[in-house]
Design a protein around this ligand. Sequence first.
Ligand code: PEP
Ligand code: MN
Length: 340
Amino acid sequence: MIVVMAKEAAPAELEEVKRRIESHPGLRPQVFDGVERIVVGVLGSIPPDLKDQLELLPGVIEVVPISKPYKLASREFHPDNSRVVVNGVVIGGPEPVIMAGPCSVEDEEQMVSTAKAVKAAGAQILRGGAFKPRSSPYSFRGMGIEGLELLKTAKQETGLPIITEVMAVEDVDTVAQYADILQIGARNMQNYNLLDAVGEIKKPVMVKRGLAASYEEWLLAAEYVMAGGNEQVMLCERGVRGFEQFTRFTMDVAAIPVIQRLSHLPIIADPSHSTGKWYLVTPVALAAVAAGAHGLLIEVHPNPDIAKCDGPQSLTFANFSALMGQVHAVAGVRKVPAQV
Ligand code: PEP
Ligand code: MN
């Protein structure tokens, strides 16, 4: 349920609405100070009379039940697009934000050279996995904290903020010391303890779509993070499991406008993991941008042929640079709605 209040409502009127909500055990108010109105979300199991009572309070315009199981993540709750700002880079605005770098951190030279190359081509955020979720336990599983240190070096050299995955609850604080955005991988989208843990930190979180997750399950994963108090959440469509074996996963381009309709959270697209093939990354990236994606997550490697992870889907520096020119051309002619 949301309580819609006039923008001019007096602070005491807002306080009274919050007090009434808090007077019910288990209920919690969450205030969004919007451009045109103040919205107070009521989280918890709502008693039958509360809607009518709140509607009578001064400053309240209306009280609207939210039909979706996810509340904080829903467009009903927050009609304007949310923006997540990372070191001055705005994610969720009209310009697509490009996050690029290798699948895994391998060594200093690889990381720093990639950071410099993607920055020169126009990327605003550097990616690199230090804790890698691998389908096989025998595959390279990342450098761990040593990898985080190399990401820090690459950040110092280029100024690019870092996005990197956190896989375990016990690593959240450590990863948060290095990362500007914490990534929840597709395989962990329904790891509810991990979602709770990143809900408690003060850093932005990107929730990738599970391999076979519905939109609702995915938005409920975001809701976990937000219900913990962390509103700096973005989503990432990375392809879902279909019957086709030629591509690694099946990119669900429709997810981008669907999420924009259901939610106010920024939506990023990952054409690398969804396709699994470097020569499919550019066309699918451009389709995602045309469909309204707020950003792209792209794997780039100095030598894809010797990459320790995901070489076949990694772009060379030259291919990444060529893609960037086209991304801006497509972004220049699209229009991302501020409201849906
Ligand atoms: C990644 O982005 O490094 C990754 C492992 O992706 P996903 O969780 O989507 O498979
Ligand atoms: Mn990868």
